[in-house]
Ligand binder design. Structure first.
Ligand SMILES: Cc1cc2nc3c(=O)[nH]c(=O)nc-3n(C[C@H](O)[C@H](O)[C@H](O)COP(=O)(O)O)c2cc1C
Length: 369
């Protein structure tokens, strides 16, 4: 019943033992100087030993202004490479493969942590807590450079690839999203222009590290709101990333589209589907992109049931499935599903996401994170 899910595969040129991905989930377990902590290594070791094929480690932030919180993991300094290497090796020793997500928090940065005003594609407030400043073109070049240096450190640390975090309204996402990007220069306007910063980042990483080091992009396949990214935009963005040399896509979202809403009351706009959302509400977003882009695609979002996972693969909507909170709650989820055993279930309370505002990750069900 879960034949496809447990068939080995290749993603972005990397061999995986199955099609299950643990997506980036910030833990807040890093040290305040961005160093990987022992607690972080053990957290990921447990999840790798649970049988998952690929772990995309939580954001390694690319510079000191890019931190999401006081305890963000860092990829901004060479001194952080040895800790990253221990983490990557630990994951691989357990039979999983390891990517590092790279992120600049942009408009979602906390000025009290970073001592600078958060930066964004433009000054449009949207859902942000603090006022933002618009990046100049010189500053954009600096950001691209910092992404390249962070990717270089990730490769040196032994990660199998990097994922650019261009979702959830962090910096790269603020450029992609017409909900935020009101620029009138080369970095704003149509899809190609809004994608310019991501395109330049992919090209620059490939130029420095060669074509063999995988670079994938996480972005929104759909956004709520009249001006949000719609399917035709998401397809075009995927084609731009493909042409720039990206090796895979990871399709998150901000809300669900009309067809998904049939028979369901209006749902809150979200990147993290909650209790009220149906299962796997973002998979069809990935499916639309998959028809028009020749890159392997990861689907994500409340995929907690192996039958939903298998169906998404069988229907050709994606190539891999990411299982986040379900594996946060029960790290042995893949092994247990493969063996037909019961898993400990996520109750969708989202205490995990709320706990991050206070510091470290917490779970109401799994008290032993
Ligand atoms: C506590 C928490 C932290 C998260 N941190 C990140 C992050 O740092 N980067 C990211 O791209 N997504 C992050 N996400 C989103 C997840 O990667 C995933 O897209 C989301 O949880 C939906 O998948 P799930 O329903 O399987 O949990 C986070 C989600 C949670 C619950």
């Amino acid at each position: 019943m879960t034949n496809l899910l447990f068939t080995p595969t290749t993603f972005a040129g990397v061999q995986l033992r199955n099609k299950i991905v643990y997506p980036p989930i910030t833990t807040g377990f890093a040290e305040s100087d961005g160093q990987v902590s022992d607690r972080m290594v053990e957290y990921y070791r447990q999840r790798a030993s649970g049988g998952v094929g690929l772990i995309i480690v939580e954001p390694g932030v690319i510079n000191l202004q890019a931190k999401l919180s006081k305890f963000s993991a860092g990829a901004w300094a060479d001194a952080q490479i040895s800790g990253m290497a221990k983490l990557a090796q630990t994951i691989k020793n357990e039979g999983a493969r390891a990517f590092l997500q790279l992120c600049h928090a942009g408009p979602k940065a906390n000025p009290r942590v970073n001592s600078v005003q958060p930066s964004s594609a433009s000054e449009k407030p949207f859902i942000f807590k603090y006022p933002t400043i618009s990046l100049s073109q010189d500053e954009i070049l600096g950001v691209v450079h910092d992404f390249v240096m962070a990717a270089t450190r990730a490769r040196e640390a032994g990660f199998d690839g990097v994922e650019l975090h261009a979702a959830h309204f962090y910096l790269l996402s603020s450029f992609l999203s017409p909900l935020i990007n009101t620029r009138t220069d080369d970095y704003g306007g149509d899809n190609l222009r809004r994608a310019k910063i991501v395109r330049e980042t992919i090209l620059a990483i490939k130029k420095k590290l060669g074509q063999d080091f995988p670079v994938t992009v996480r972005y929104h396949g759909f956004e709520d709101g009249e001006y949000g990214i719609k399917y035709e935009d998401a397809i075009e963005l995927g084609q731009v990333f493909e042409a720039a040399g990206a090796d895979g896509l990871h399709i998150s979202a901000y809300g669900v589209s009309e067809p998904n809403l049939v028979g369901i009351a209006a749902l809150p706009s979200s990147c993290i589907p909650s209790k009220e959302h149906p299962n796997a509400p973002f998979v069809s977003h990935a499916g639309h992109i998959k028809q028009f882009v020749n890159l392997p695609i990861i689907a994500v979002g409340k995929i907690t049931n192996p039958l939903d996972a298998e169906r998404s693969l069988r229907e050709g909507k994606c190539d891999l499935v990411a299982v986040g909170r379900a594996i946060l709650v029960d790290p042995q989820w893949p092994n247990k599903i493969a063996a037909g055993r019961n898993v400990v279930r996520c109750i969708g309370c989202n205490d995990c996401i709320n706990s991050l505002a206070k510091g470290a990750l917490n779970c109401r069900v799994n008290r032993t994170l």
